[in-house]
Design a protein around this ligand. Structure first.
Ligand code: 6PG
Length: 239
């Protein structure tokens, strides 16, 4: 673990609020850079505190910030399990971001594969002429089975090398999902995991352990920074 800390891959912080503050700092620094800011966000429980803290920064350049999703549950946009619903309630409805800058993953088709293709068409239009989307920042979570986005252990979608967006199925909770693929995520300039809570301590240690051989999806994300609270990284000295 010391290697991960030394390599600057793990920042162990006091608590979930400190993790949220650091993520807000990273977001704000990226958003304030000239040239626009394109960020892909995850869902789940962890990011809510971060979203609410970010919503207090009304003076960020929201008109030049574009929001995309890392993944989505294939449910209606007003469903309680929707990642879009979470982000709207905790952040997007509270900041002056143009609606045209918000790009939720479509979930209206009866076929998730069709929605995944539609989102890929949108991304290829937004990142026109690029072989992969080049997000400025991607915010990721870590599942207790080592999944990230909606890329689950032993799933063939982990080997995808051409598509930007795929439909996948989760072994837990809402089964039908849409997700960015590993290569699409890895092209981002900055990849940041938010990992909080004692329930993540074991899996975080496994993901960061260079000797570990378990094929965990989160290990496929290259050059990522892990922001973890004391409970998720009890073995690391807090910053
Ligand atoms: C999702 C997320 C998923 C999440 C992890 C961690 O749609 O659920 O994108 O990848 O980040 O499952 O979820 P928690 O933050 O709820 O632990």
């Amino acid at each position: 673990m010391e290697a991960a800390i030394a390599a600057g891959r793990l920042l162990a912080l006091k608590d979930a609020a400190a993790v949220a503050r650091e993520a807000v700092r990273i977001w704000a620094a990226g958003a304030r850079r000239p040239g626009g800011f394109r960020v892909a966000i995850s869902g789940g429980k962890t990011p809510e505190g971060f979203f609410r803290m970010l919503a207090s920064l009304q003076d960020l350049p929201w008109p030049t910030t574009e929001i995309f999703w890392v993944d989505e549950r294939h449910v209606p946009p007003d469903h309680a399990a929707s990642n879009y619903h979470l982000a709207r309630a905790a952040l997007l409805d509270h900041v002056p971001i143009p609606k045209s800058n918000i790009h939720p993953m479509p979930t209206g088709s009866s076929d998730p594969k069709s929605d995944a293709q539609d989102y890929e068409v949108l991304l290829r239009r937004k990142f026109l002429g690029q072989s992969w989307p080049s997000f400025d920042l991607v915010l990721l979570g870590l599942g207790d089975d080592g999944h990230t986005a909606s890329l689950f252990p032993s799933d063939p979608t982990l080997q995808e090398s051409l598509r930007w967006v795929l439909a996948t199925r989760s072994p837990q909770g809402i089964s039908d999902r849409l997700t960015l693929t590993i290569p699409a995520l890895n092209q981002a300039s900055k990849k940041v995991f938010l990992v909080c809570g004692s329930g993540k301590a074991g899996i975080l240690k496994a993901v960061l352990d260079p000797q570990a051989s378990a094929p965990l999806p989160a290990r496929l994300i290259t050059g990522a920074l892990f922001l973890a609270d004391r409970e998720a990284a009890p073995w690391a000295s807090q910053a």
